[in-house]
Design a protein around this ligand. Structure first.
Ligand code: ZN
Length: 227
């Protein structure tokens, strides 16, 4: 499930020359879906146009589709204009590594699951992600590594934060801050389809690496097990 952040009245962050996060995230999402499809995966969207979708509904849509992975796409903003590169997050059940990023991305949450839904459904929704944290971290590491190579950044690691959009996802789930829309150079790059294709390639390589490792560990278990 490819989840372009924000949409509709929720524009997200804005670049110094006016590029809106919601527009760049949608274009990156379309590029990611195309590369995933070319690599043999099936890609579906939470949104494929300029529509606002409440955060809780995004994970619900992924659950309803039976998606194997949930990848939320966003652009970062920082007061320091020089900040650059990609940050890949997975869910934290407690505090986050960067409160400012969390506040920006948790705006537009919509209604949390309540007992108005069935009680069982609300329990499943609210912390479905808890069972997938290890795999989500592995997916985050795989994607971060590829995006670091693309940006020429060596040591940046993955981060953890209490992003609402990830909480209800019943599958490995990450939030990718693809680039800093607040950095004039990265804002320019984001307008370039060739750059977006490179980002999409990097994310797709991360996904392939994630599945290759998962299959490898299944094989090893089979060989070592009884019978
Ligand atoms: Zn965002």
């Amino acid at each position: 499930m490819v989840d372009p952040g924000h949409g509709g009245d929720d524009g997200g962050a804005k670049g110094p020359r006016g590029l809106k996060e919601k527009a760049a995230a949608l274009e990156i999402g379309q590029a990611v879906a195309a590369k995933l499809e070319a690599a043999g995966f099936e890609a579906v969207f939470t949104r494929d146009d300029d529509t606002f979708i409440p955060l809780w509904d995004r994970a619900r849509a992924a659950n309803a589709q039976g998606a194997d992975l949930f990848i939320s796409l966003h652009l970062n903003a920082a007061r320091t204009r020089a900040a650059r590169g990609s940050e890949v997050y997975f869910l934290s059940l407690g505090k986050g590594d960067d409160d400012e990023v969390v506040a920006a991305e948790n705006a537009g949450a919509g209604t949390a699951p309540t007992s108005a839904d069935s009680v069982v459904a609300s329990i499943l929704d609210d912390l479905a992600q808890k069972a997938f944290l290890q795999d989500s971290e592995r997916l985050a590491v795989a994607i971060q590594g590829q995006l670091n190579r693309l940006a020429g950044i060596k040591e940046r690691g993955v981060k953890q934060a209490p992003f609402i959009v990830l909480r209800g996802a019943a599958m490995p789930a990450v939030l990718v801050e693809v680039a800093f829309i607040s950095n004039p150079k990265e804002e320019e790059k984001l307008k370039d389809a060739a750059f977006r294709a490179k980002v999409a390639d990097a994310i797709t390589r991360g996904v392939r690496r994630y599945f290759a490792q998962a299959n490898g560990s299944v094989r090893r278990r089979t060989v070592a097990g009884p019978g």
